[in-house]
Design a protein around this ligand. Structure first.
Ligand code: ADP
Length: 286
């Protein structure tokens, strides 16, 4: 942090900063723990173009989750920029390694978030998945939303990025044919949208917090699919969750199809090391 930026954050906080230290773990931004006499803050900074917009949508996502009163999020201070550097400032949560009980609480609170419903699938604003844009245009039907706002934009981006050939991409008609019977009776649920093990934290007192959301009203099983893609959740988490939201005969297939979106995002963000996994799901289902 240079002196001008340090001074800016001091004035935003309106109190002296005693010290600060980098926090590791983020994929996208630089992060710091900032200590003042009163409390500690978590600061994310990013100097790439469009970062302020990314932080504004992250802040909005956290505020929407907070307003549901279902699961905790860190208390927000503000987001802004100084010159080229955008920042997001929030409460710092002192964390601990999750216990079985903490996983159960996380499942209960996440399920409560998922009980928050709406008339349509989508969100009033677009947001980001990692650093890639994520469209949330409202759709009445989940199949249409998932094809038009999730799979096709990432499949087309992979084609533009020369990571998939035209012949490897299922047509919209084929996508609809496969997904329609799998996506029956699905109600809009408010979901985190990027629910991997790096995007929740457990406070010292056991309270689970969601961070880094990519929220929208979608199928609740999307969050479960992402949680299973890279692992890191205990069986207790799934047991408790399934007692609240039951799964059916098609859940396993849907989970694979929801993971396809995240695999395509990883293909587009990080390159061809994700190609084999993407191809596997495409060949298996379409
Ligand atoms: P990025 O957007 O760059 O991926 P994250 O928001 O995921 O960054 O934050 C990086 C890491 O910092 C997280 O994995 C988490 O461990 C930690 N972290 C995030 N927010 C807080 C917070 N409010 N308090 C304490 N630690 C946090």
């Amino acid at each position: 942090m240079n002196t001008a930026f340090f001074n800016h954050i001091t004035s935003v906080l309106n109190q002296p900063i005693i010290n600060y230290a980098p926090v590791s773990g983020g994929d996208i931004s630089e992060a710091f723990k900032i200590n003042t006499a009163a409390k500690s803050y978590f600061l994310k900074t990013n100097s790439s173009g469009g970062a302020l917009n990314m932080f504004q949508t992250e802040k909005l996502g956290l505020e929407i989750i907070k307003n549901t009163n279902t699961i905790a999020v860190p208390e927000l201070v503000t987001c802004g920029n100084l010159g080229e550097t955008a920042f997001l400032l929030m409460e710092f949560i002192e964390t601990k390694t999750p216990s079985e009980t903490d996983f159960k609480t996380l499942a209960e609170h996440l399920a409560k978030l998922h009980k928050t419903s709406a008339d349509n699938f989508g969100l009033s604003t677009n947001n980001f998945i990692g650093s890639l844009p994520q469209q949330n245009k409202f759709h009445k039907h989940w199949t249409d939303f998932y094809i038009n706002q999730r799979l096709l934009p990432q499949l087309n981006l992979a084609k533009t990025n020369n990571l998939l050939q035209d012949s490897e991409i299922p047509t919209e008609v084929r996508l609809k044919e496969v997904l329609t019977p799998l996506f029956k009776n699905i109600k809009p649920s408010l979901i985190h949208g990027d629910f991997w093990s790096g995007n929740y934290i457990i406070a010292k007192n056991g309270t689970p917090y969601l961070i880094d959301p990519a929220i929208y009203f979608g199928h609740n099983e999307v969050d479960i699919a992402m949680s299973k893609l890279f692992g890191g959740f205990s069986n207790a988490f799934y047991d408790v969750y399934q007692n609240i939201f039951s799964f059916d005969d098609f859940t396993e297939t849907r989970i694979e199809i929801y993971q396809l979106y995240y695999l395509l995002v990883h293909l587009n963000l990080f390159g061809k090391s994700y190609y084999t996994q993407v191809k596997h799901v495409l060949n298996n289902n379409f």
